[in-house]
Design a protein around this ligand. Sequence first.
Ligand code: MN
Length: 413
Amino acid sequence: MALKSFIDVPRDSHFPLENLPFGVFKTPNESNGRIGVALGEYVVDLAALGAKGLLEGPFDRDSLNEFLSLGRPAWRKVRTTLQKLLAVDTATLRDDVDLRERVFHRQRDVTMQLPVRIGDYTDFYSSYHHAHNVGTMLRGPENALMPNWKWLPVAYHGRASSIVVSGTDVRRPRGQTKAPDATAPTFGPSKSFDYELEMAFLIGPGNPLGQPVKIDNALDHIFGFVLMNDWSARDIQAWEYQPLGPFLAKNFATSISPWVVTLDALEPFRKSLPKQDPVPLDYLRAPNDVTFDIKLEATLQTASMKDRHVITRTNFQNLYWSIAQQLAHHTVNGCNLQPGDLLASGTISGATEDSRGCMLELTWRGANPLTLPNGESRKWLEDGDTLSITGWCEGDGYRVGFGEVTGKILPAA
Ligand code: MN
């Protein structure tokens, strides 16, 4: 049964009272962002509620970092207070016309910013099918997975400075590439521009240097999730990635959605983690480890095709490693995570062909181009293309959704 607010929330909205995702927004006349939650077509201004004494917390800020550092009891208290304040039978805000004027902004009238100042960003490689497909292309099916893959959640440290909020245009990068049969590399715009459908979670309080987070406590350190597109230049990647991993093929832009959906909002959509074989080492084992049933889609729109066309349909449950395992592994050597750090899943591909989460897999490195409804075809993304990713959990009479992360590709400068 859906909760009811005095604010009308359409049945298929991503942002019912059950969700209340956190973000940072700016109204047209103001220079500083502040914190709000999404409800239906509105942003609820938490700074305005704070000024009125109805809510306690660091909401008159242009990032969630300080709020994230407070930890789950504080996050939960705010969520519970908001759900009560916004409920259909609570009069405090409902019947105060002046206050409502200050507290509710239409989402279409505000600009969303990055929700956090991201200090560090890590990208995992946790989908079995993605790793297997990519490995098969590079090394053949016999050696598709590296020997470490089922023993530890493989990852690389990415770059935080080039993470941008949804809606930001993304420029095709230039770089060094080398065709397999060429004797020397050439320099120019990437010819194999790709997306990667991912999700990422934000770190709450974090841990001191030298003190690992035990897997049983890992979820206490996770505030919530965003959608992520890890834009990738495959030709640059192929030439540069050995032996130290991705570098310029990945760090020119990474897009995230503006609304952070809390673990509390995802609670009803918990699923048990599929069995892992081999059984992981002790520090990666939690008796009741969880994943989440989150439906995910990527759509492509081209300059000459107005409608969005779905090219990936997948689910968060396709990940082999859990977020608790990722976090426990990340800190097991004493590495310290800090409020606002972003840890991403890696491309989320499933077993079926339509669940592949990037062009590299969908077209099998360009061998089987996609045909779009208007007759255009794509081996890779082209200038003028817009790639969007959305995701949601289907509840009983409501949806807990993530909105979207979208970006349009501009020609190389
Ligand atoms: Mn990635």
